[in-house]
Design a protein around this ligand. Structure first.
Ligand code: PLP
Length: 454
């Protein structure tokens, strides 16, 4: 019975990213089933899933063949050690498949269990790599304000969303943040091209101030910033940041935890959308479409060559997890990729994505919609009090949450982040779904405007 479940949930399940004062008062919706574009709660309500779970259920919900492939692998061989001279079939096949799909320089895969751990592991690998090259002082990682890279100890430090670290300690000794690229809120009077110059210069100045090539090891960035507000950087930004990295002998890490596996219409966005071949790409989420946890760090040939050589001082590449390359998770990822290729899911995103962008942009005529931005199946609406000045509504107005609640009443789940509402749907949405969604959003935003006036 759903009421008993809710009592048990409240008593025992410590939810992540939760305001417990609200949670204890309002409770939560327990999602009991999901199919295709929809999820269902235990009270008989059906919702269109506008967030693909949490930017991850890319192939849509309830695919029988995903369940089958995991059950078959669990029966055949659920788990065995991946260390040293042991391996398993799905992990090997998936590594080869990822090398085939990724940019040509990335042919080596290190597995973890999610995005935070993939990013954390990456920093360990980078430090190990420079140690092996005899560059023990090259440790600093540059990340960006409002970037989101996870919440394990080091990945939380890379994360530049301030409120995510309120009350927590961080590993700030070797992490530095530079300005994010926020075109909507760029300094007044600057063109987008000038803004790009300004950000790139700021980045290079920071590298110099931090000690330059001797000290700075790497830069990490999401191709499009997700949780930080779906921020699309100005044209040419990533290429120029990449070039600066190369000038200072730094590694470029692309955090594709959200953008990989189709969200922007390609398996990987770094090269196909932004024209760069990073030294490392991290992915998770869409890798299995969220059917089971899995993270992967894709390493360049150059990095692999250094970390796999006989080591200085007898060091051994001692990092990894019991579940690195878990057979059931890797089997799920292989099936997920097979489905994506068979159904040309990236093609659907390239076809329907621009329509979603276009239709969402029509909401800009509403009184509180300041900005509609994003790309393909990664979109966001920013609400403001004043469109001219871009002034925000007071935090207590909870505008994002109000809009999300209005949407939910009308059968659509969107994600509120402060004054933003994010859409990151399953990649199977059609034009009809888009029309339905934009209709619901329009009514919900109008209802919110009315409730704000009251
Ligand atoms: N990196 C990015 C860009 C993300 O959006 C996320 C999660 O939303 C993470 C890393 C962390 O992934 P996980 O929650 O699987 O640890």
């Amino acid at each position: 019975d759903i009421n008993k479940l809710w009592e048990q949930d409240k008593a025992h399940f410590v939810h992540p990213f939760t305001d417990f004062s609200v949670f204890h008062e309002e409770g939560c919706d327990i999602i009991t089933e999901s199919r295709g574009e929809y999820v269902f709660d235990g009270k008989g309500n059906q919702y269109l899933d506008g967030i693909a779970g949490l930017w991850c259920v890319n192939i849509g919900h309830g695919r029988r063949e995903m369940g089958q492939v995991m059950a078959e692998q669990a029966e055949r061989m659920a788990y065995y050690s991946p260390f040293n001279n042991l391996s398993n079939v799905p992990a090997t096949q998936l590594a080869a498949k990822l090398a085939e799909l990724a940019p040509a320089n990335l042919n080596h895969v290190f597995y973890s269990c999610g995005g935070s751990v993939a990013n954390d592991t990456t920093i360990r690998i980078i430090h190990y790599y420079f140690n092996q090259l005899g560059k023990q002082d090259k440790k600093i990682i540059i990340s960006r304000d409002n970037g989101y890279h996870g919440t394990t100890y080091v990945s939380a430090t890379l994360t530049g969303i301030e409120c995510n670290n309120w009350g927590f300690d961080t590993a700030h000794q070797f992490v530095h943040h530079v300005k994010e690229a926020n075109c909507y809120r760029r300094p007044e009077g600057m063109s987008e091209a000038e803004y790009c110059d300004y950000l790139v210069e700021d980045f290079e100045n920071s590298i110099r101030e931090l000690g330059g090539e001797e000290k700075v090891a790497a830069f990490i960035a999401e191709p499009i910033m997700g949780a930080g507000g779906v921020l699309v950087a100005p044209e040419g930004y990533h290429r120029r940041m990449y070039d600066i990295c190369k000038k200072y002998g730094m590694l470029y890490i692309s955090d594709e935890v959200v953008t990989a596996f189709g969200r922007l219409g390609h398996f990987f966005a770094s090269e196909d959308v932004f024209g760069i071949q990073p030294d490392i790409i991290n992915c998770a989420k869409g890798l299995t479409s969220g059917y089971i946890p899995l993270g992967a760090t894709l390493l360049s040939d150059e990095i692999y060559e250094v970390i796999s050589k006989p080591q200085r001082d007898g060091a051994v590449f001692s990092t990894g997890y019991t579940y690195s390359g878990h057979p059931v998770a890797c089997a799920a990822a292989l099936k997920n990729i097979e489905i994506m290729e068979r159904e040309n899911i990236c093609g659907n995103v390239r076809e329907v994505g621009p329509y979603l962008e276009q239709q969402l942009a029509t909401l800009k005529d509403l009184p509180i919609v300041g900005d509609v931005r994003g790309s393909h199946f990664m979109m966001c609406i920013e609400s403001v009090a004043d469109k001219e000045t871009k002034a925000l509504l007071p935090l207590e107005a909870n505008v994002g949450k109000r809009i999300a609640e209005q949407c939910q009443k009308r059968g659509l789940i969107v994600r509120p982040i402060a004054h933003l509402n994010v859409l990151s749907p399953p990649l199977i949405w059609t034009r009809d779904t888009v029309d339905q969604v934009v209709g619901i959003l329009r009514q919900s935003i109008l209802a919110t405007v009315e409730s704000l006036i009251e």
